[in-house]
Design a protein around this ligand. Sequence first.
Ligand code: CP3
Length: 366
Amino acid sequence: MSMTPIEVSRAEQKSGTASSGSRFVRACLRQPVDRTPVWFLRQAGRYMPEYMAVRKHHSLLDICRTPEIAAEVTITAAERLDVDAAIIFADLLLPLTPMGVNFEFVNGEGPVVHAPIRTREQIEALRTDRAGDLIYVAQAIEKVSRHFSAPRADGDQLGIIGFIGAPFTLASYMIEGGSSRNYIECKRMMYAQDGAWPLLMEKLIAVLTQYAQQQVEAGADVIQIFDSWAGALSVSDYRDFVLPHTKELVQRVQQMGVPVIYFGVDTASLLPTFRQLEADVIGLDWRVPLDEGWKCIGHHTAVQGNLDPITLFAGEDLLRKRVKEVLDAADNRNGHIFNLGHGIVPGTPVENVVNVARWVREMSAR
Ligand code: CP3
């Protein structure tokens, strides 16, 4: 997956390794910004009437697999909220299909894998040669990138975020067959130490690297790696069974010339270990005060977060106060991207999300 010198310099130009016209990308690289950039996890989702209108006529997977619709949903959310970055509309689980693992979204239950991966034979049969099937996500990114190619009214270039799942979180869906409380089967496979777990990690990394490369070539400025359920792991298990593989993936994506954001939920106890990933940005969930979390990670790394998404159900005064607390904790230090500590949930009042974006713009102006 090595790049030619021309590709490297294009990636550098795009990502702004030297200097970018996107305050979002600049903040990822801990460069000075005129104000704190802001976007929201799950900014295009079921809380938004525009998304529900599209969803009425298409399944979630249809939206993901149709570049025109995925691009439209991505663009509509970013423009409605007036945020500094657009995350491509896709789903974490899309790479399971070309690997040969079938799944569906069951209403009210979330994702279901009908034949979970539990044996070494099943892992050996997983395919790594069909990542090209995921090109529809890159095609959607191309459309979004073209749409936002001109600078906005304030001169800023909107950042475009591609994303992939982390090997642990994707493996947890493959092995457990869906969402899980105790991750027994997944941890059982880790603990067996019979070579099955490292083989699964290696195959996931092979596919995820190709998938991320497609997204970067299509115009993603930054790649976010979602390790949503890493918080289920003890520090020891994370260090022994997850860190080395995740670090390899982070490095491979960074070699594509874009900054990497690494995010998980319930990760306060893991933050000191996350240092070793050397990701450009760590996403913080809402349970840890941002200044404490940032200290644990070290100020040489940028942070993203971390308002509790349920605060968006509060009245204006409290919501505004909480937004200010997050900004105060970041103290205008270079390398803060304002976000939630996890995704926006259905039922969230859209106006509150719009207001938070506006308050961040107003309150954080340098
Ligand atoms: O703007 C955006 O962020 C939307 C794009 C997006 C989706 N999924 C679309 C989606 C993103 C970034 C994801 C990532 C994702 N998918 C994660 C990691 C992010 C996180 O929340 O930690 C995970 C764990 C998944 C797997 C997944 N997809 C689950 C567990 C579910 C069910 C959740 C539920 O509440 O039912 C989904 C479905 C899904 N993916 C929805 C959306 C908008 C909602 C269902 C729908 O529209 O029918």
